[in-house]
Design a protein. Sequence first.
Length: 373
Amino acid sequence: MSSQRSAIIGTALMAVCLAATAAPAAASVSAPAEPAPPAVIDALERDLGLTEQQVVQRLANEDRAAKVEADLTVSLGASYAGSWLNGDASRLLVATTDAAAAPGIQAKGAQPVVVSRSKAQLDAVQRQLDNAPARAKAGASLWYVDVTTNSVVVLAPQQAAGDALVAAAGVDKNLVRVSVSNERPQTYINLVGGAAYYIGSSRCSIGFPVTRGGTPGFVTAGHCGRTGSRTTSPTGTFQGSSFPGNDYAYVTAPGNTATPYVRGSGGANVTVRGSTQASVGASICRSGSTTGWRCGTIQQHNTSVTYPQGTVSGVTRTSACAQPGDSGGSFISGSQAQGVTSGGSGNCSSGGTTYHQPVNEILSTYGLTLRTG
């Protein structure tokens, strides 16, 4: 890191700390535990159109917001209705169905938003959509809980297709907003050779290195291979795979070294420190074998998306772009692992949307230990 960059980061972090001390409710910021890797800063400057100082301040805000969000999710209990960051991540908004909870939210430095439906109620509506007949789901592109509007949103190529899904699921149409969208999700497996790892003649990307019982391996997308499939470069075996429904897999790769790194901008390594889920609105970057290091922001958690092969639920929707061959690759926010690339729409020339399967679910399902530095 250059002395100029160090000076900018130090100045920005000092300003963040002083602002948080002087007016915590207005500032909603604190310094992260350590400076962000240069690769993260460079990519966020490029993809979010920010200055270096703005990136550093944003990451500090996001770090504090994640901790506040975790606390309030528990303390608000049944009245919790979701949380999200504003456009520049300077303020965390927390929704609740209990107006009496507002002072407690403000005391944590967040902005309360009183709404009519709890997160649990919205999640129940989404589960109804998830359980709709396959034929009805095939007509819609994706659906998700939008905490920013306290509603469930269905995106579909035609209004009629979205309405048909809502009707087939038996959902009160007043609880769902159907929007016509040109998003056409597809998995990012590439049948042309390349880097990363191969399954026969297909190529995907390593997600995060893991261990289980001392055996090294990695997590990746489930659509990349079925249980028992063999990989090359590195050599490994799919020990578990789920797709559709989920889109995750676990590959053992004996004889290789599981490192705590994700390949960042220009091939520089970014160290993984943990796997705390970032807030809606937070910045996020992904690494893949086709398009490398790309960044955006988190749009929604717990999204259900329909690919030609079927519906995958519980993925996170982001504005980071990706292309075929990036499937299975890493999503990381700051130094925290977020998930593995599932699919998306668009590309990195015109812009796109991607979905990732949260990494903590994969770790829990297969009993894995994430490699951290």
